[in-house]
Ligand binder design. Structure first.
Ligand code: MSK
Length: 677
């Protein structure tokens, strides 16, 4: 073993984090103890020593000009009528909080949509055949998406209808898709996928996005000093921008990724730090964009690389992932999940990570400091996401020579295997999972390959076996106990017969707990949902992918409306959304497009609006009158679930199907119906 492979011990700290108090996950607890033994600082330590700013947390600090920051603390004797708080320019607390909030939406929408743009550019490269690395993999999905974008899939020739050339279709799809970021006329094409009444609401409210980039730019303009000073007008633009994310950039990212890399279909894998293997080269992929990770998956499975790994003394190559790049390669290839957002430093502290390859979003800069303590090569790959630390290697990924770039990275990891120190500790904890659901697979599972449909789902919602559907998504947040909120809310929901659709780090947390297995239904579900899961053979918590794949939740909900019997619009459905441990600006954008799509959406931890009660009330109460969906903030995850279920029951009552819930136990006729389904 080389000298520099030895663990570098940092100075010991006096005050230490109690692992049991900061995470419910045993592998994470184990690794926090190891970090403490080695004297290596992690996010859990920083969360203990650095407290958040109370004024910023409440959303009432304005730093949008050089006269500030202006801080507008909420006084104990706050009274709406006599609230005279204002910044130097006179901006009220409502204006300040609304500006900050919509700037978060802009940042979140930008992150999702720029990811989408990059995928669209790679798609164009593939359509033009400028690269050998990427090809159109899922022609069925291409033919499904093309008409939505207004691209014909057939032509009339000599009085006959004939299929168009797939390459021509792909090229036109690429052009149409890329145009959505900056077109000068009209509104986003994908808005047409929403139920008609929803489109009417957006039109009436004047929130139809014109193009993706423009809505983001306009937020930055409106929130510049001295522009938009009306919180209602600000949130209106926030809505338009969030819709450009959910029904635009994110949805395009999902569709184009499916066409390029394959539409996910349920597959079996495992989750948690225990997926790493001591006798293998461990490569961890982290971030969000799957364009590079797809290549790493392909390259690491080649005989050339496997032989090279064996030459260097390893038994093979173990790929695994963190955050949403993990969800992307899991849902298409079954690559195991190494961990959530808060486990990224811990994966290196195992001492067994030969390379961590990062792209964009959710990557801690402190990874470089942790990597310094081990042999781990930390590799940045994206031109917009570099790190200043000297030990970080930058291998810029280019789709024109994607395979070569991926090979370089995998070789580097293999070469590094022999530099491992002796102090390797991989926790044994890992759980089996089934992931890779989406609109297509839900249809298939519920209706079979020839009559794929959402009718069966609707029937079971109507008859009350499934009480409702919840989208539970989002990050971890070091200000709250890792995974506790995620797992509590999901378990409460499924116990009450609410089917859960999950993405992002919630999906990873559920996977680590074993909730993504059909078998978990018998342990955690109420009788109705348990029966459905057992008959259909699905988990009670369906993994729908990464953060951009929240668009799959929107489309699944739209399919439920189309299947009939549950109202005419998304806001009629017995559904609710939740981000129990959110931290990212992307979550705020997701929350706003869920709300504007008609969904009651509850966030945990905190929400930066509490210092402006009038603005908060507007988000929490008034938006329901406009969109049928509204925000909520609830710290206790059990209470989050209770409020979601109460909302679901309110919608069941409005649909006149609340009585069905009283008959949860099934008779023989009900069972036979299920078996037929
Ligand atoms: S990765 S945005 S911490 S879900 Fe999408 Fe997890 Fe949140 Fe990043």
């Amino acid at each position: 073993m080389s000298e520099d492979s030895k663990v570098v011990k940092a100075e010991k700290k006096e005050k230490v984090v109690d692992p049991m108090a900061v995470t419910v996950d045993a592998a994470t607890q184990e690794m926090i103890r190891r970090s403490q033994a080695l004297g290596i600082e992690t996010v859990f330590d920083r969360a203990m020593t650095m407290k958040p700013c109370n004024i910023g947390t409440q959303g009432i600090c304005c730093k949008n000009c050089g006269m500030g920051p202006c801080r507008l603390p909420l006084t104990k004797d706050y009274d709406e009528a006599s609230d005279e708080r204002k910044g130097l320019c006179g901006a009220t607390a409502n204006t300040v909080a609304a500006r900050n909030f919509v700037r978060m939406i802009a940042a979140g929408a930008a992150a999702h949509s720029d990811h989408g743009r990059n995928v669209a550019e790679v798609f164009m490269t593939a359509a033009r055949k400028e690269t050998d690395a990427y090809k159109i993999k899922d022609i069925n999905k291409l033919l499904e998406v093309a008409p939505v974008l207004g691209v014909a899939v057939t032509i009339e020739k000599d009085g006959q209808t004939i299929d168009r050339d797939v390459d021509e279709i792909a090229l036109e799809v690429a052009e149409k898709a890329l145009n959505e970021w900056g077109k000068t006329d009209g509104t986003l094409i994908y808005l047409n996928r929403a139920p008609q009444p929803r489109q009417e609401i957006w039109k009436k409210q004047g929130v139809l996005p014109r193009n993706i980039d423009r809505e983001i730019v306009e937020i930055m303009h409106r929130t510049h000093m001295g522009v938009d000073q009306d919180y209602k007008n600000l949130i209106k633009q926030g809505t338009r921008c969030a819709l450009a994310d959910g029904w635009g950039g994110s949805m395009l990212a999902t569709d184009l990724q499916d066409i390029l890399f394959g539409t996910p279909f349920p597959n079996v894998s495992e989750a948690n730090l225990g997926v790493m293997k001591e006798d293998h080269v461990n490569i961890i992929i982290h971030g969000h964009e799957p364009v590079l990770s797809e290549m790493i998956v392909a390259v690491s499975q080649t005989k050339e690389m496997l032989d090279y790994a064996k030459e260097k003394g390893a038994k093979g190559i173990q790929l695994s992932g963190i955050c949403c790049t993990a969800n992307e390669i899991l849902q298409r290839h079954g690559v195991p999940l190494c961990g959530t957002f808060l486990q990224q430093e811990l994966a290196i502290i195992t001492g067994a990570c030969d390379a961590m390859v990062v792209d964009v979003q959710c990557v801690f800069q402190n990874l470089a400091n942790v990597a310094k303590c081990f042999h781990t090569k930390l590799i940045t790959t994206h031109p917009i996401a570099r790190m200043e630390q000297e030990n970080v290697i930058h291998i810029e990924f280019d789709e024109h020579h994607a395979i070569e770039d991926a090979k370089k990275i995998v070789r580097l990891a293999i070469d590094n295997f022999q530099n491992r120190g002796s102090e390797v500790m991989i926790p044994r904890h890992k759980s089996p999972l089934v992931a890779g659901f989406g609109v297509e697979s839900i249809k298939y599972h519920l209706g079979g390959s020839f009559r794929g449909t959402f009718y069966t789902l609707n029937d079971n919602i109507i008859n009350g076996r499934i009480r409702g559907v919840a989208g539970v998504v989002g990050c971890n947040n070091a200000r709250t106990k890792h995974n506790e909120g995620h797992l509590t809310v999901v378990k409460e929901l499924i116990k009450n017969d609410v089917l859960v659709l999950t993405t992002g780090c919630n999906a990873i947390a559920c996977a680590m707990e074993g909730l993504l297995t059909p078998e978990s239904a018998a342990v955690y579900c109420g009788p109705g949902l348990k029966e459905i899961c057992e008959v259909v053979g699905i988990p009670p918590v369906l993994h729908l992918g990464s953060c951009v794949d929240n668009s799959r939740i929107l489309l699944a909900a739209t399919e439920v409306v189309k299947a009939g019997g549950l109202g005419k619009d998304l806001s009629d459905l017995p559904v609710a959304g939740c981000a129990p441990e959110w931290m990212s600006e992307k979550a705020i954008s997701i929350g706003q497009y869920f709300v504007a799509s008609g969904v009651y959406t509850v966030f945990g931890v905190t929400l930066p609006v509490t210092g402006a009660p009038v603005f908060q009330k507007y988000l929490f109460e008034e938006l329901e009158k406009i969109y049928g969906g509204m925000w909520d903030l609830v710290e206790d995850p059990k209470e989050q679930a209770r409020k979601m279920i109460a909302h679901i029951d309110k919608k069941r009552k409005a649909l006149g199907i609340d009585k069905a819930r009283e008959r949860v136990l099934m008779d023989m006729a009900d069972r036979q119906k299920l078996e037929v389904a």
